[in-house]
Design a protein around this ligand. Structure first.
Ligand code: ANZ
Ligand code: ZN
Length: 785
């Protein structure tokens, strides 16, 4: 008998699927489009690791399942190859990131081919491809023109190892999200996107999304809406001019307990006064008691939140208490005040604040899309001039200037026809650490004529954040499709967007909850408002997969426990590895990778192989009847139960229990001497998990079309119900039919059922029945002449 050799069949099928464009939907004509997206990987140095494969397989199973439900599934793949991660690796090995990218790309795609996913290879993309980042730059320009990009000097996060600024979302516990090094604060002038303008919408829409609950909660917390009150405290400083300190509080009812005021270190008043020590003299007046309160500068007050100043209530607030104890400030245990009264008496105004900060998008690094803006001194003067004019005449827009150009005098967008602003290949791409990008020392790059006045201008030399690249890639995939009438010039005006977006199902890591998943939502909203796309939420359904761990620890390079899928695939085949990974635990829970257990799954597939090949041999010798054979009937219930279970489990991403159900069914089929039909159904149910072996056996059993476009089996509820049994109908002791019947029926009812059945009828018709043998809950046998 032919043995199971995965490496022989897997690559052959992968080639065949690609040749037949099996997984390329007909984009324009698709009747039931289903966009099955998974977060694209950044090509790390080690190549695809087992964690990637875990995520991709889980997403692919769902895609394959939907395809068999008759959907036109689009499952694209690409590489998120720009950014610090790739650049850090290139630095380590001393190779230009562009050259390194070409090498990683080849390797990654090869590995991605071997895992047997139903990728639409034709639409693959790489974010560092100039044809791609040209549109990332275009997107930047739209943000700029719409007034959603601005330049500001601010206290920003600075990674001491990556030597660049980071967005708040990229700082995890005061460490860099990418490299784990310490993050410090630096005053730098940077580009920001006004994501805060969208805080309320980003928050409100969350309730309409079918997303993993933990991701929704994380986004809500990150946006951090607070309904509070701003209260004014006058200063009682006799020497200097009197000023007012505004504090933001969510507990105005504690107003009587206020015993001090604290300012953030960068509060304007601190800067104005310059010397911290001077503050000992500064006092504020309590708006109700009129008592004088000391004013402090405290690190725990954040400059970017609320008003950057707080009222200290040691009696009710933990941090205030700690601070008061340290500085020997009295604690006042006064009764709470009715809210309304507190607001009235203090003259406070209600305000809503969000913790969300604007998205810092510039990076002082090399490996990213140059920010497509130019700075011109001459134009700056002109714009500032026209700004005054606009203010003077109160006219809304008298000039040709975009909001971005008006709000950032001197900054001009590179004209669309001049995109992309190409990233030059340079020798010294090492981060400088000076707060400037390496491009700032490449004269041939930054020297450029001003697009508006033609004078000498200077290009922006920072590049944009990688998260801008990945904020729109799901739109980009649709622009690379075949079978459109004309070539897509602008991916954002692609007619396919309407048909295929929002993404129907998105799968990825929960670590992107407040990074990619928030940025992509924001960018979609901005694009929607700009009239570019019809939907403002990009991902209708999102599920976070679990993490793959190894012997209890998260797989990571630093722990040295990263497992590479290649060797397993070479040894046991992709199908074994796929089924094994999905068998570990529910997909959303993650699992613990253990070597020994892989072999168990391999044995399971070997048995599947045996069953299929044996059935093929039998099929050649014995004529396969369409009716269920007597021995198969024992399998019928479990068969239908399994169809139901696997269908429902896949829908819930409970792949592990679907696989165990298939293991039980396999045992039943082995013992019951299953017919070809049952084996085929079994193969269909297994197909999303193990696409190669099932395709091979499917064809061995005589099928001509791919199993992956066959229709998913349906279960018969009557067959599953525990109170039914298969009534065997015999004529002269020969089985002619099997009917589903309720347990405990009397002979009379059984007779009626049998006579009503078409097949049985044929045998009884016009015959004289001499005797009827009835075995309750089993059979009815007509003895005829
Ligand atoms: C008095 C008070 C009494 C407060 C009390 C809390 C409890 P959320 O819910 O996060 O919005 N706060 C305001 N601005 C701050 C800043 N820039 N940095 C640090 N803390 C700040 O928190 C609002 C509360 O956080 C505010 O209400 C203020 O302290 C503090 F028993 O005012 B509260
Ligand atoms: Zn100019």
């Amino acid at each position: 008998m032919q043995k199971y050799h995965p490496h022989k069949i897997e690559v052959r099928w992968q080639k065949e699927w690609q040749r037949a464009r099996r997984y390329e939907p007909y984009f324009t004509k698709a009747k039931k489009p289903f966009y099955n997206l998974m977060m694209f990987p950044y090509p790390s140095a080690e190549g695809l690791h087992m964690g990637n494969m875990y995520a991709f397989t889980g997403s692919d199973i769902y895609g394959r399942f939907q395809r068999m439900q008759g959907y036109d599934v689009f499952e694209p793949i690409g590489l998120d190859g720009f950014g610090i991660h790739s650049e850090n690796y290139a630095l380590k090995i001393g190779m230009n990131p562009a050259r390194q990218a070409a090498i990683s790309e080849k390797r990654f795609y090869k590995q991605l081919e071997l895992i047997g996913n139903s990728f639409a290879w034709n639409e693959r993309l790489e974010t560092y491809d100039p044809a791609y980042y040209r549109w990332t730059q275009w997107l930047f320009i739209q943000m700029f023109k719409a007034g959603l990009a601005y330049r500001k000097k601010a206290e920003v996060n600075w990674c001491t190892s990556c030597l660049t600024v980071l967005a708040d979302e990229q700082v995890v516990g005061e460490k860099c999200e990418r490299c784990g090094s310490a993050v410090i604060q630096k005053q730098l002038e940077q580009w920001f996107f006004k994501i805060t303008d969208y805080a309320e919408r980003l928050l409100k829409n969350i309730d309409t999304l079918d997303w993993s609950e933990k991701v929704k909660v994380a986004q809500k917390n990150w946006i951090g809406k607070s309904e509070g009150v701003v209260i004014k405290f006058k200063t009682a400083d006799r020497a200097k001019t009197r000023t007012v300190i505004e504090v933001f509080t969510t507990r105005p009812d504690t107003i009587r307990g206020v015993s001090f005021i604290a300012l953030a270190p960068t509060h304007p008043l601190v800067k104005f006064r310059n010397l911290k020590s001077e503050f000992r003299n500064l006092k504020a007046v309590h708006p109700i008691t009129k008592k004088e309160l000391p004013v402090y500068v405290a690190d725990y007050v954040m400059s970017e939140y609320g008003t950057g100043a707080i009222m200290g209530v040691p009696a009710h607030d933990e941090r205030d208490r700690a601070f008061a104890e340290k500085h020997a400030i009295p604690r006042i245990d006064a009764p709470l005040m009715a809210m309304d009264e507190a607001i009235k008496k203090t003259g406070g105004r209600k305000e809503t604040r969000y913790h969300l900060r604007d998205w810092l998008v510039s990076r002082q690094r090399y490996w990213g899309p140059p920010i497509p803006l130019v700075f011109c001194e001459a134009c700056k003067i002109r714009v500032e001039d026209s700004r005054f004019k606009i203010q003077d005449s109160l006219c809304v827009r008298t000039t040709e200037l975009s909001i971005g150009e008006l709000e950032n005098p001197g900054w001009i967008a590179v004209p669309e026809k001049d995109l992309p602003v190409s990233l030059p290949i340079i020798k010294n791409f090492r981060p400088t650490g000076t707060g400037k990008s390496p491009l700032a020392s490449v004269k041939s790059f930054y020297e450029t004529p001003c697009p508006t006045c033609g004078g000498t201008a200077r290009r922006e030399t920072d590049v944009s954040d990688t998260f801008l690249d990945s904020s729109w890639y799901y739109i980009a995939y649709l622009a690379k499709t075949r079978n459109q009438k004309s070539e897509i010039k602008n991916p954002f005006t692609n007619p396919l967007i309407k048909k295929w977006l929002p993404v129907h199902r998105y799968i990825g890591g929960a670590e992107h909850s407040v990074l990619h998943l928030l940025y992509a939502r924001f960018v979609a909203m901005a694009l929607h408002d700009g009239g570019h796309i019809h939907c403002e939420e990009p991902f209708a359904k999102f599920r976070a997969h679990g993490l793959l761990i190894k012997e209890g620890a998260k797989m990571s390079k630093s722990k040295g426990n990263v497992v590479n899928p290649d060797e397993y695939i070479a040894r046991l085949g992709a199908d074994t590895l796929r089924v094994y990974l999905m068998f570990l635990a529910p997909f959303e829970a993650g699992g613990d990778f253990r070597d020994e257990a892989v072999l168990g799954v391999h044995r399971f597939l070997n048995r599947v192989w045996k069953l299929g090949i044996n059935a093929k041999r039998k099929a050649q010798s014995v004529k396969d009847t369409e009716r269920l054979a007597l021995s198969d009937l024992r399998c019928a219930r479990i068969m239908h139960q399994t169809i139901k279970k696997v269908t429902e489990d896949i829908e819930k991403l409970h792949y592990n229990t679907a696989i165990s159900a298939l293991m039980i069914l396999l045992r039943a089929l082995e013992e019951g001497g299953a017919g070809k039909n049952e084996i085929k159904i079994f193969l269909q149910l297994l197909a999303p998990f193990a696409p190669h072996i099932t395709e091979e056996l499917w064809h061995a059993l005589g099928e001509k079309k791919s199993i992956h476009v066959s229709l998913w089996p349906q279960w018969d509820a009557a067959q599953i119900a525990e109170d039914t049994f298969h009534l065997i109908v015999q004529i002269n002791g020969k089985t002619r039919a099997a009917l589903s019947a309720r347990k405990g029926i009397a002979q009379e009812t059984a007779e009626q059922l049998a006579r009503a059945d078409e097949t049985a009828q044929k045998w009884i018709k016009e015959k004289k029945i001499t005797r009827i043998i009835f075995v309750p809950n089993r059979l009815i046998n007509f003895i005829v002449e």
